[in-house]
Design a protein around this ligand. Structure first.
Ligand SMILES: C[S@@+](CC[C@H](N)C(=O)[O-])C[C@H]1O[C@@H](n2cnc3c(N)ncnc32)[C@H](O)[C@@H]1O
Length: 267
């Protein structure tokens, strides 16, 4: 049978039950203050692309709560994966109703949003690296530009580590307790397709409860472009670049920086 071409949205449904567990052991909350601060003065509604389990939506929404008042702006999230969104729905249900984010199931390449109605769009934690072709990336940037009003902000966080990730087969980078009586082991293989800029993770989560073992295997693929190409693509669809940072503390960007952050404005 012919192998299906990888898509950046593949794999996330199976990953969903383990995403927060893994994330708590890797990125954690390191980017949260950056997004809260960057969005503090945004005028109008804000949409997070690929909002996943609502890891960022919930704390950002809480930071917008003004005592006794309904927030005039709404935080929203869109994701293609129903299991990721189900987790987000549970997480945001704990945010007070007046500030609770709205969740949508859909694809970031074709946003179900009226033109020029948003004040901000966020593409956090490598979301743009889930778009595996120039066409898909440009469609997403254009969809964001179309949804934003003039002066609207697009914030991007790219993960440069992916393109220099060591290749290996069947390593165990993480192991620990999932819940009382259940342990989890991540078995991971990584391969680079340098000509296409792709990094491919073959993941297997092994869940053990007593003598019962369940295996959850999936593949995630990411594409990393040089910063100059990202900036040129943003300008081409109508953004001007406001700032490029190399850390969540706002240090200046350089090509070896461990974090690549871009803040752009709709012209
Ligand atoms: C790295 S996770 C980021 C989740 C969240 N933003 C965070 O920072 O924790 C990427 C998310 O993007 C979603 N995604 C990938 N490609 C997508 C697409 N084309 N349209 C909508 N969602 C997509 C995945 O389902 C996944 O939930």
């Amino acid at each position: 049978m012919a192998e299906r071409a990888p898509e950046g949205w593949h794999g996330w449904d199976t990953y969903a039950p383990f995403y927060d567990w893994e994330n708590a052991r890797t990125l954690g909350r390191r980017d949260v203050a950056f997004w809260v601060e960057t969005l503090r003065d945004t005028q109008g509604h804000v949409l997070e692309l690929g909002c996943g389990t609502g890891r960022l939506l919930a704390p950002i929404a809480r930071s917008w709560i003004t005592v006794g008042a309904e927030s005039p702006r709404r935080l929203m999230g869109i994701d293609r994966s129903a299991p990721m969104l189900a987790r987000a729905r549970r997480r945001v249900s704990r945010v007070p109703r007046a500030a609770r984010p709205l969740l949508m199931r859909g694809d970031v390449r074709a946003l179900p949003v009226r033109p020029r109605t948003l004040g901000g769009v966020v593409a956090a934690y490598g979301l743009l690296q889930s778009l595996l072709s120039d066409r898909d990336l440009d469609a997403t940037l254009l969809a964001a530009a179309t949804a934003l009003g003039s002066g609207g902000m697009l914030g991007i966080d790219l993960v440069p580590d992916l393109s220099v990730w060591e290749e290996y087969t069947q390593r165990v980078p993480l192991r620990g307790r999932l819940s009382a009586g259940t342990t989890l082991t991540l078995v991971e293989s990584v391969r680079q397709e340098r000509r296409k800029g792709l990094t491919i993770f073959d993941e297997e989560y092994v869940e053990r409860r007593g003598r019962h073992v369940r295996r959850h295997a999936f593949q995630l693929t990411f594409r990393t472009l040089p910063m100059a190409q990202i900036l040129a693509r943003l300008e081409r669809v109508g953004f001007r670049i406001d700032a490029v940072y190399g850390s969540y503390n706002g240090d200046p960007w350089h090509s070896e920086a461990g974090v690549w952050l871009v803040v752009a404005r709709r012209r």
